[in-house]
Design a protein around this ligand. Sequence first.
Ligand SMILES: N[C@@H](CCC(=O)N[C@@H](CS)C(=O)NCC(=O)O)C(=O)O
Length: 208
Amino acid sequence: MDTTYRLYYSPGACSLAAHIALEETGAHFELACVPVAERANWQPAYLAINPKARVPELAISGCSKVPELPAIMTFIARRHNEVISLLPYDVLEESRCHEWLAWLTGWVHGLGFGGLWRPERFICDEQRYAEVRERARDTIAVSFTDIERKLGDGREYAALSGYSIVDPMLLVLYRWGLRIDMPMQTGYPAWTTLARRILSRPAVQRAE
Ligand SMILES: N[C@@H](CCC(=O)N[C@@H](CS)C(=O)NCC(=O)O)C(=O)O
């Protein structure tokens, strides 16, 4: 399959999950850097591509564009299913993957890290940003405990069916945990094991 993609990404962002998924498939793709730290996502040229000013965005040559990480991951998995199974065929197992990814991207990323790093999305009064950040840290801590509990039953990857579209996002969040000084290795041993297992994959190393 010679479909060409362009992945709009930002260093250190959740777009890494989509980059990993593309690497796993062996598909031909190119990267377009949109550094969020420099607010490149708010430039008119990028707003014409993604009016929500977010990365990732996946452009498919001669076809269409797919925004929103869960949609991108699902697209890549389904489109390249003959190369690697990133989304189980069984409908219940597939639902479990969507359940994971919806929660990780919507709740943990959107509400938790969104509140911590972008308090202005939640409240206008700058005086109360610290309060929003504190609440967001609580959300992150509770979510991280839930992730550790889910992973602590000896499973090899997030989904019982094996490596899937969920694991790259768990790696992103693990790194964000390190970035905000969460005690990842001591407090989240099962997640640490999973992160190392993901990192040992050649496709993941290529996406670094
Ligand atoms: N719901 C979107 C969220 C994507 C998102 O928020 N990405 C961050 C980077 S991790 C971003 O583009 N932030 C831009 C900003 O905060 O200005 C998705 O799942 O793709």
